[in-house]
Design a protein around this ligand. Structure first.
Ligand SMILES: [Zn+2]
Ligand SMILES: [Zn+2]
Length: 320
């Protein structure tokens, strides 16, 4: 693709740089501008300058999913340019009111983590920690809400494929002209994306079954006509189908590892299993770690392989 460029924008997160894609075929379009930091803004404007553009020239900002390393800076770009913001409709609440969304999640996940066996203090730290990161995002009002299958013309037609799992409202943008997909964090070359638990969009009392959703979304992307994935972090995925197969195999193996751990223990809480699988996890990783374990327990539950019992408000899993 001639009219697309990749800018690697710095983030303050462990994941490192985030890829911002710049489309110049029909006006100027940014896909995932980066987090709301001065360093990110400086590198974005310098990168646009290198392509012969100014931030004021931006016509559209596309967002693959409502995580701050990808969308945090979008509002600043919109304010500087009058660009239209485009994202999946399941992402609009988290984008428009990230603090309110986060507060709703805290209310839900505090008791939820306790029910999953997490000690109260550990759970409190896990749900409170993200408050430290709120400076890296600005609320973003979405001008165009996408549904699965909608097309955005950025010089090439990009079709939105809804791929929830890593985040609600995650979309991959599949190009019409070439077998290329812009995959956000749904498929990455060197990282197996975390199936983070979150609230089901539009509710405040129901969590997503993120890993089963993620696995289904991988199967969906495997069916589209794209061989190369331009992902949200790192280099392109050269063989998308192959990489999707690897990620599916990884989850399949891990699910069986977790079933074997339950078998050995007789019964276990999700927290017991997380401690066994990821010993000495830092507090910052407890929520992602629990999301991963619970995701695999959800898969086992969907396959009818586990029984769940509840004693004193704490859920235990045993093999059927
Ligand atoms: Zn993400
Ligand atoms: Zn990311």
């Amino acid at each position: 693709m001639d009219d697309v460029h990749r800018l690697e924008i710095p983030t303050p997160f462990d994941v490192g740089r985030v890829n911002c894609y710049v489309f110049t075929g029909d006006g100027l379009t940014l896909l995932d501008p980066g987090p709301a930091t001065g360093a990110a803004y400086d590198e974005l404007t310098a990168g646009l300058d290198g392509l012969g553009f100014d931030v004021a020239d931006v016509d559209r900002v596309l967002v693959t999913h409502p995580h701050m390393d990808h969308f945090g800076l979008a509002n600043r770009v919109v304010e500087a340019s009058g660009a239209r913001a485009v994202a999946h409709r399941d992402a609009t609440r988290a984008l428009a009111d990230p603090s309110g969304h986060f507060a709703d999640e805290q209310v839900f996940f505090r008791p939820f983590l306790r029910a999953m066996g997490v000690p109260e203090r550990v759970g409190e730290t896990a749900v409170t920690l993200p408050e430290a990161y709120t400076d890296y995002q600005e609320p973003l009002a979405v001008d165009r809400e996408l549904a699965d299958g909608d097309t955005v013309d950025v010089g090439v037609d990009l079709t939105a494929v809804h791929t929830p799992g890593h985040a609600p409202g995650s979309v991959c943008f599949v190009a019409a002209s070439e077998p290329v997909a812009f995959t956000g964090d749904h498929v990455l070359e060197h990282i197996s994306p975390n199936p983070l638990l979150t609230l089901v969009p539009g509710t405040d009392d129901e969590r997503t079954r993120s890993l089963p959703l993620y696995v289904d979304s991988l199967e969906r992307l495997r069916e589209v006509d794209a061989t190369v994935g331009h992902s949200g972090h790192g280099d392109p995925v050269d063989d998308l189908e192959d990489r999707i197969g690897e990620i599916l195999a990884h989850h399949h193996d891990r699910k069986d590892d977790i079933a074997a751990m339950i078998d050995e223990r007789g019964s276990a809480t999700a927290y017991d299993l997380m401690q066994e699988m990821f010993p000495d996890l830092p507090a910052t990783e407890v929520f992602p770690g629990m999301s991963e374990i619970i995701g695999h327990l959800d898969l086992l539950e969907d396959e009818g392989r586990v029984d769940i019992t509840e004693t004193d408000g704490v859920r235990r899993y045993s093999l059927r």
